[in-house]
Design a protein around this ligand. Sequence first.
Ligand code: 3PG
Length: 214
Amino acid sequence: MSLDENYLYLSNALKNAIILPVLVIENVEDAVPLAESLLEGGCSSVEVTLRTEAALPAMESIAKALPELSLGAGTLLEPEQFLQVKNAGAHYALSPGTTRTLAQAAIDSQVAYVPAAATPSEVLELRELGFKIQKLFPAGASGGIEMLKSLASPIADVRFCPTGGVSTSNVNDYLKQPNVICVGGSWLAPKNLVAEKNWSAISKIVRESLSDVS
Ligand code: 3PG
């Protein structure tokens, strides 16, 4: 897909998602029930991070079992990972920061990509490369809502998925910002509930988070 087609895909997928759970999956057998519980709660997309050995097989399982879910692959740090996640069935990729090498690998592999920025100059550099949907990471530590407000007027055509420090207490304030397309975070799938395989509690967190915003 071209950069324009990828932009359209991300624009729809992230706008529909509203909230994007950031997942660190330790056991591949948790992947499908966890994704099902998030889907059941109202999520339409998840970010499976490449932080564990189980991540790629987890993506394969989710892609096969739940094709209706928009599957994001997160924590891409190396250029070769774009093809790896594409082959595992991911629909798009995200990084906690971005280099020109990573941006070029996304373009070359034709993977829809949400690169990350934390300063106005980084936002502009990614914008020049054609990326108008970006992660603001780490959102809280880089200025949070005040940073988004400051970016909105001078860089009006870039939309953000703030991630890092988002929680039930501030998710609504983030989503109210006109330049926010969705918000991401780990609060939607707490580690202890995943370890306990408490899938219904995870669905409940998602339902509550979404009911607050809609
Ligand atoms: C990420 O992995 O993108 C962030 O670490 C998620 O941050 P959070 O744990 O503060 O939600």
